[in-house]
Ligand binder design. Structure first.
Ligand SMILES: [Mg+2]
Length: 222
């Protein structure tokens, strides 16, 4: 085969794309790591379905943790609203940003690339999610959502399995859920930056980070 100038160019371009995709990087969670999703839900539900205990958003979250634990919101009306919102692209675009998440993640991406946003949101809300990430100037990366046919309560298992199966792609994870760290386990050979949690376990691959600044400092030390 005679290698012409244009053949060389094509090979170079293909090779570059392949290499680019193979660079290992970070898997980034979205809800409660980048966006204060629970805060938005609670604030909206207090307005729509009542706040008989007169709690602030933070007080209600501290007391019940999830909206499905709030006794006076377990009505058919509220449940139907919640189910609709989980699949709403529009809702994703309105979520509040966690302070500093976008600026620190941009700084982090200059040290370790962002391989993907890995979220247990159903893939039906990928468009709204992408819009929100763009609105808030997050680094560009693939968005990997839970397959919509998988039930919501299987989300963490799905995510941990996906990260483990793509081990060569993800050298680290930023996530707020201790369950993700546990499901990945000691055998996961990447680093798990656990956002906003005190040391919840003694896993050697977990670094507990109280805020985004701490994650950035820890990434710099890697
Ligand atoms: Mg999360």
């Amino acid at each position: 085969m005679i290698i012409t100038h244009s053949t060389f160019l094509i090979i170079t371009v293909l090779d570059y794309n392949l290499t680019d995709k193979m660079i290992p990087g970070l898997a980034i969670d979205i809800d409660e790591t980048l966006s204060w999703t629970i805060g938005y839900w609670v604030g909206t539900m207090q307005k729509l379905f009542g706040n008989p205990e007169n709690l602030s958003q933070n007080q209600l979250i501290a007391k019940y943790r999830y909206t499905q634990n709030v006794p006076y919101w377990q009505t058919k009306e509220a449940e139907a609203w919640m189910e609709e919102q989980r699949f709403s692209n529009e809702l994703q675009t309105k979520l509040p940003l966690i302070d500093g998440a976008n600026t620190y993640l941009t700084k982090i991406s200059k040290i370790i690339p962002i391989s993907a946003y890995t979220t247990t949101r159903p893939d039906k809300v990928k468009d709204g999610t992408q819009k929100w990430l763009e609105q808030n100037n997050f680094p560009k990366a693939e968005i990997i959502c839970r397959p919509s046919e998988l039930p919501f309560n299987k989300g963490d298992e799905w995510k941990a399995k996906f990260i483990k199966e793509n081990n060569s792609r993800f050298i680290g994870v930023i996530d707020d859920k201790p369950q993700i760290a546990e499901l990945l386990g000691e055998e996961y050979n990447g680093t798990i930056f656990l956002y906003e949690h005190a040391n919840v376990n003694n896993q050697s691959n977990v670094i507990s980070c109280k805020d985004w600044k701490t994650i950035y400092e820890k990434v710099k030390e890697m």
